[in-house]
Unconditional design. Structure first.
Lengths: 177, 647
């Protein structure tokens, strides 16, 4: 009696794994929709790498480009890093602020990354990944474009390019304040 | 013409494989040799037909027959000759041809080797192999037909994925698939052993060499994959815990566990159930790897084509896993071990720990890889885990494995005495402690790197100690130096083959530790004539030149690199392929034993006055490739026929 039971249980143990994999057919890994689009961006209050306060509320009324990154995220974060600084330099006087949130990283590696690319916009570590979870970040890099009213309007998954950043920022800047 | 011929050959091979599997199984049940011979003829027929498929596809590639969809999508008139051959496995459909072909060759070798020697197991082995072959031929017939016709016939093809135009891609898939398919043979023997009820050591003894060969090719495939990633992708690393890499790494972990645990069964009659489970898992993971990379259920940087193939693979994976575990469960009574663990301080328990860690590593990699699915299914949130998770969990496991690698081969069976421990480990531990002190004083601050290097010295110490002792013993019994040193390796080739493989792993471990700890990089924009300095190297930008290649347009930068000695010139480039939206970076590098200089060309001014570069000084990456060569020697030594006289 007992052995018959075991005979069924051993092969049956495989079934949940197979079901999980089968579930994958109903999902699309490339499409990572954000339920946040059009919704108010989640508030956060962190401390930047330089020790300055780092919160979204402070920038209300400006267009915000919020970038999630990590120094271990190769190659995408390294590809987009120069773009971020270029966009910041080009748009900082037009009412745009670029913010960087560093996810699951070591302090030393993160500072090295920032120094390497000379990032001069505010960057903050995200201890415990709280902010990343609030924004539903699937994996780094992801970039959120937030309008003057503080609503999430666009989300870029993967490396950001100059074209995409400029297009989104120009669109949000053109809207009436 | 070619599409029709190829498709006909595929369908005929599928029919033959199904018939052959059926007649072999019936022959095995009834004991009728005529049925078995029919199965063998079917195996030969399948091999001939699949070989014909390979030949037809090569012919189509070499003659630019764009009526074959696969040729049109993976080559163009400008594709260089060699890459027209390797384009055969440049995408999904062709890879499956290669897979089937290798499996048909393995099947043929099994027929030739065992038809007279293993009357009981062999018929079932043949049936299982032909059954698995039938599955791959089914893939070639229905969801991923390589010989699909393309109408109208385009004047030129789309071209091979430019990233695959590289020497690493010539060998990487071949090695990887030789590894993957190689595990089919031990799996088939395990299944035969379960069906017949001969669950002793027989199947393990027979397949020992097969397992080592498959394991070796899988290792080689992983290393060449790392090499390709390193010198083609341009990010300067060799491993990123990408789902595709994980897919190949998981069966490697379980296969490594299997290679070790069979030794316990051979010596102590223990772990029968465990060994059968490991080989089922390993074979299942090779299927899972292909499923994962080809079904598109998990996002990956490797953009593979997707289609209904995933459903087929999952169904087959289900049949294989449920079927083989059910078979295993039905033999449960036979599989109780005869030996028992006498002491915690013994070789058996060290090997058990090694197995536990390897399987735990495989499990964590599996967990991390399917985590996005799990999280979405359970919580409805898509979240992926990145490199930090894999490193956090696996680094301690690998360090523990390194330690066990030193202890395992020298500790006594059954129960190690204090005397045994002192005799074998005092000197290596002392060497490790001295090494740790030297490295610490020398400025190695990172705890993980320090631990890894200390352990490497310890393990190397145990191997050296064992070898020196054995050579001395041979000398005392009157052997000449040559016989005592080289002859020993050949006489106990299995043991010393294993040691040489361990040395290869140690060299690789040093490479990983060193490159993670000390590599530096910088990214900067240079005007012509301007220089940048990093880690004692000075790189000057001398200018740009443009050229039209057979299938792309290329902009090449000229840079002069110096570090005190004679200057060298580096030519990193960007390649613009008509079929690609973004340019492909062609890295240039100077490899060195301790340091590689690695230069990538980024954006540039069209007039050649300015260029953005990424310069990396990568430490000890070459040790990975050297370790691979050592591994090759060790594996070759281990599979030599045993010369050891029965003692």
């Amino acid at each position: 009696m007992k052995s018959r039971w075991v005979r069924l249980v051993i092969p049956a143990a495989v079934v949940p794994v197979l079901l999980l994999l089968a579930y994958g057919f109903w999902t699309n890994p490339r499409e990572i929709p954000s339920p946040l689009l059009g919704k108010p961006a989640a508030a956060f209050a962190l401390a930047s790498f330089t020790g300055a306060p780092f919160n979204l509320e402070h920038y209300r009324g400006r267009v915000v480009m919020l970038n999630f990154w990590a120094s271990w995220c190769r190659p995408a974060c390294y590809e987009e890093a120069p773009t971020l600084e270029r966009v910041w330099q080009a748009y900082k006087d037009k009412g745009v602020v670029v913010l960087g949130v560093d996810v699951q990283d070591s302090d030393e590696a993160a500072r090295k990354f920032l120094a390497q690319f000379g990032h001069s916009f505010p960057n903050a570590p995200d201890p415990g990944g709280r902010v990343a979870i609030d924004y539903g970040v699937y994996g780094v890099p992801e970039t959120f474009f937030i309008d003057r009213q503080g609503r999430v309007r666009f989300k870029q998954v993967g490396a950001l390019t100059d074209d995409i950043a400029r297009k989104q920022l120009d669109k949000l800047l053109a809207e009436k304040p | 013409m070619i599409p029709e011929l190829g498709y006909a050959a595929t369908v005929a091979a599928l029919a033959l494989a199904i018939c052959g599997a059926g007649t072999s199984a019936m022959g095995a049940r009834t004991g009728r040799t005529d049925l078995l011979r029919a199965g063998e003829r079917a195996a030969v027929g399948v091999w001939v037909l699949v070989t014909a498929c390979v030949a037809l596809m090569l012919y189509a590639f070499l003659t630019f027959d764009f009526s074959v969809r696969y040729v049109a999508f993976n080559t163009s008139r400008g594709t260089p000759f060699y890459y027209r051959i390797t384009a055969l496995w440049g995408a999904l459909e062709g890879s499956i041809i290669l897979w089937s072909w290798m499996l048909s060759i393995y099947t043929l070798v099994v027929v030739v080797q065992y038809r007279r020697r293993q009357p009981e197991l062999y018929p079932w082995v043949l049936a299982v192999l032909l059954g698995i072959l039938a599955f791959f031929l089914l893939i070639m017939t229905v969801p991923a037909p390589p010989f699909e016709r393309l109408t109208p016939i385009p004047p030129d093809g789309r071209g091979l994925n430019p990233l695959l135009e590289d020497s690493g891609m010539i060998t990487h898939p071949v090695a990887l698939y030789l590894g993957f398919t190689g595990f089919t043979v031990p799996f088939a023997f395990a299944m035969a052993a379960l069906i017949v009820g001969r669950t002793g050591d027989e199947w393990i003894t027979i397949t020992r060499r097969w397992t080592i060969i498959a394991w070796y090719f899988l290792s080689l495939g992983l290393l060449i994959g790392g090499w390709w990633s390193y010198h083609v992708l341009g990010w300067g690393g060799y491993w990123a815990w990408d789902p595709v890499e994980n897919a190949a790494f998981m069966p490697w972990l379980t296969a490594t566990a299997f290679l070790h645990s069979v030794m316990i069964q051979e010596r102590r009659r223990m772990l029968k159930l465990w060994n059968l489970s490991l080989i089922i898992l390993t074979f299942g993971l090779t299927l899972f790897g292909t499923f994962l990379t080809r079904s598109g259920i998990i996002g990956s940087v490797h953009a593979f084509t997707q289609g209904s193939i995933g459903v087929f693979f999952l169904a087959f994976l289900g049949v294989v896993l449920i079927g083989s575990f059910a078979l295993l469960a039905s033999r449960l009574d036979q599989l109780r071990g005869q030996g028992e663990l006498d002491s915690v301080v013994s070789r058996e328990s060290v090997f058990l720990l090694n197995n536990l860690f390897l399987v735990a590593a495989a499990f964590t990699v599996f967990f991390g890889t399917v985590f996005p699915l799990l999280s979405e299914a359970v919580r409805g949130v898509k979240v992926s885990v990145g490199a930090p998770f894999f490193n956090l969990v696996n680094i301690p496991i690998f360090l523990a494995l390194l330690f066990l690698m030193g202890v395992g081969p020298l500790i006594a069976w059954r129960r190690a005495s204090a005397q045994n421990l002192k005799r074998n480990f005092l000197a290596p531990v002392a060497a490790g402690v001295v090494a740790a002190a030297v490295l610490r004083i020398g400025g190695v601050g990172n705890v993980i790197v320090l631990t890894a290097m200390t352990l490497v010295v310890f393990v190397a110490g145990t191997i050296a100690l064992d070898y020196v002792r054995a050579v001395r013993a041979r000398r005392r019994s009157g052997d000449a130096w040559g016989v005592a040193t080289w002859g020993l390796l050949l006489r106990q080739n299995r043991r010393y083959g294993g040691f040489v493989v361990h040395l290869g792993i140690l060299v690789i471990a040093l490479g990983v530790a060193g490159s993670q700890a000390w590599s530096t990089e910088t990214e900067t924009t240079l005007d012509r004539g301007q220089s940048v300095e990093l880690g004692g190297y000075r790189v000057r930008f001398d200018g740009l030149s443009a050229s039209e290649e057979s299938n792309h347009f290329k902009v090449t930068g000229t840079f002069t690199m110096s570090n005190g000695g004679a200057p060298a010139t580096l030519y990193p480039a960007r390649k613009f392929y008509p079929q690609e939206q973004t340019p492909i970076a062609a890295v240039d590098y100077k490899l060195g034993l301790m340091k590689d200089v690695y230069l990538v060309l980024g954006e540039f001014a069209r007039d050649g006055s300015q260029a953005t570069i990424k310069l990396k000084i990568n430490w000890m990456v070459s040790w990975l490739w050297i370790g691979g060569a050592v591994l090759t020697l060790g594996a070759a030594l281990a599979i030599l026929p045993e010369r050891r006289r029965a003692a």
